[in-house]
Design a protein around this ligand. Structure first.
Ligand SMILES: Cc1cc2nc3c(=O)[nH]c(=O)nc-3n(C[C@H](O)[C@H](O)[C@H](O)COP(=O)(O)OP(=O)(O)OC[C@H]3O[C@@H](n4cnc5c(N)ncnc54)[C@H](O)[C@@H]3O)c2cc1C
Ligand code: SF4
Length: 527
């Protein structure tokens, strides 16, 4: 008999959510996490520590396809990337589950439809306490329940932006936010609505992240064990290669092996591919579950751009990430291919400019940067990047990640920028002062900025072209599952975390049935 019923490797959006969902079953669950608890400390909310000193970024090294080393912007801690995320918790659009024709090619269909995922989106929105308003966003997919909490209100400058957009004939909406904010009862609100949310850990644990709402509640169940500082370095299989028999872990330099009936990998898209590729055997010479040669391929991370518009009026907004605009998601009257999503991003500050472009800002006086920040209105533009076989994770000769990536859909990305620029005159902003933050910040999100990484172990019905079946079980290994963003066959143009969370609940239901643990939970059937 194995030591555990289920081992989950990685405690982020996928793994943390899955463990929370499985915990009440009473099954013996082991959660292995490479990092430690993210410390709660004043530095959590200091822009200099977070953006200049990169205090919470891992010191891991990856390589690009030319073999040049770089430090990926990854976070190894309990809760994974959700500890630092902006908690914009969007559903993919219904159309994203089907095949979509883009400027640079086809975004492939998923093996399940939106209606299959819908109950789990509802469950994930409840689990992660999402605040939002249905019916404002014309591209919003149908939902079987309202958001569990009311939308986070706009501050005056963003309300003005919303009114101006509506006045110009657009349909801005309140962005779905995972913050535990009670605006009608601020004395008892966990969230204090601060300026240090997007990209920062939440000092007061009021962000709906996978540590606070996934791992911690799961650990209240005595059948759940967490081991931190435990990096899975290999998966052992039986001779036939059809069953994982052991998870080999490097725990502070000591090698240990853990065993379970079911093993779930959820290390983030790049690291999950790395683990499978590093687990090659005679039965799986190209890496575990890689008979299709698809493990590591089809890496996506959004063709994103952070842009900064200079408002004629000062912008004193504190919590800026309350507005979204999907009017160009599927194109425009003149453009018949998708452009993507526009949303606000956390309010920029002088410290962030220095952190993101240290050389360019080295000689800039503090007041100039502060002046820019005081008038900046910050947007985040996401265009879907398409899965490409050549965009892939492979193993460097030292065993670390090599990441080869060439962008796709650059033309729609440019068009989206121009659509926003064309709006500025109506929005109280200087039309010629929409900067791709290249005066101060990166003008593109480089390959190291892998926040939205996805797609290295895609799910599908055909074992020749996918790694996982529609239940997210490896086609070739009976007890191996993957539940992080690796399973995405396409990424859409909205933020990925809610989809990873919803899918983890979906796979969790499947595992509960497989373990004969209990019937499908009520939360998955909210009417
Ligand atoms: C700054 C920032 C802002 C973001 N903002 C948003 C947003 O607003 N909305 C949104 O939807 N998404 C956002 N994202 C993206 C979102 O956080 C990710 O899509 C999501 O967390 C991915 O979930 P995951 O389970 O795939 O991986 P992760 O959440 O990264 O979890 C992977 C976990 O596996 C662990 N691990 C890795 N390798 C091993 C190993 N070998 N052994 C054991 N453990 C291992 C890691 O330490 C980590 O805890 C943001 C990300 C960042 C960094
Ligand atoms: S805005 Fe709320 S959830 Fe975000 S960091 Fe501040 S207190 Fe935490």
């Amino acid at each position: 008999m194995s030591d555990y019923d289920v081992i989950v490797i990685g405690s982020g959006a996928g793994g943390g959510t899955l463990v929370r969902h499985l915990a009440p079953s009473g099954k013996r669950i082991l959660l292995l996490e490479r990092g430690d608890w993210l410390p709660r400390e004043p530095q959590n909310w200091q822009a200099r520590d977070v953006f200049v000193e990169n205090r919470y970024v891992s010191d891991d090294t990856w390589y690009d396809e030319r073999g040049t080393a770089f430090q990926p912007q990854v976070h190894y801690c309990v809760g994974g990337a959700t500890k630092l995320y902006g908690a914009a918790l969007y559903r993919l659009r219904k159309e994203d589950f089907g095949e979509l024709r883009h400027h640079d090619g086809i975004s492939p269909a998923w093996p399940i439809g939106y209606e299959d995922m819908e109950p789990y989106y509802t469950a994930a929105e409840q689990l992660y306490q999402v605040h939002g308003a249905r019916g404002e966003d014309p591209t919003e997919p149908p939902a079987s329940a309202p958001y569990p909490f009311p939308a986070v209100s706009h501050e005056p400058r963003i309300q003005q932006l919303s009114d101006d957009l509506a006045g110009a004939g657009h349909q801005p909406f309140h962005a779905p936010c995972g913050v535990m904010l009670a605006e009608d009862d601020m004395p008892h609100s966990a969230c204090v609505r601060c300026a240090t949310c997007d990209g920062f850990p939440c000092l007061v644990h009021a962000k709906s992240d996978a540590e606070v709402l996934g791992v911690r509640p799961a650990l209240e169940h005595p059948n759940v064990t967490l081991v931190t500082n435990a990096e899975a370095v290999g998966l052992e299989t039986d001779d036939a290669g059809t069953t994982v028999t052991g998870v080999v872990v490097d725990r502070d330099g000591v090698t240990e092996t853990y065993r379970a009936d079911i093993v779930v990998v959820s290390c983030g898209a790049a690291n999950s591919a790395k683990l499978l590729l590093a687990s090659a055997t005679d039965a799986h010479p190209n890496g575990l579950a890689n008979g299709s040669d698809m493990v590591g391929r089809n890496y996506m991370f959004h063709n994103s751009q952070a842009v900064l518009a200079l408002s004629k009026e000062p912008n004193p907004t504190v919590f800026q990430k309350t507005l979204g605009l999907n009017d160009f998601y599927f194109g425009t009257d003149e453009i018949d291919y998708p452009l993507g999503n526009i949303q606000m991003v956390g309010k920029s500050s002088a410290e962030m400019y220095r952190g993101e472009k240290p050389l360019q800002t080295r000689f800039a006086p503090e007041w100039t940067l502060r002046d820019v920040a005081g008038h900046a209105v910050d947007f985040w533009l996401s265009t879907e990047d398409l899965p490409r076989l050549e965009n892939r994770v492979s193993l460097h000769r030292d065993g670390r990640v090599t990441l080869a990536y060439t962008s796709t859909n650059d033309e729609p990305k440019k068009q989206l920028f121009h659509e926003l620029k064309g709006l500025l005159g109506h929005l109280g902003m200087h039309r010629d002062h929409l900067m791709p933050r290249h005066a101060y910040l990166r003008n593109e999100i480089p390959v190291a900025g892998c926040a939205h990484q996805a797609g290295t172990c895609r799910f599908g019905r055909d074992p020749a072209t996918s790694v996982l079946n529609p239940d997210c079980r490896a086609h070739e290994v009976d007890n191996l599952y993957v539940v992080d963003t690796s399973f995405f066959p396409s990424i859409g143009a909205v933020n990925p975390a809610l989809t990873a969370m919803a899918n983890a609940v979906r796979v969790g239901d499947h595992l509960l049935e497989r373990l004969d643990a209990r019937p499908r939970p009520e939360a998955a059937h909210v009417a």
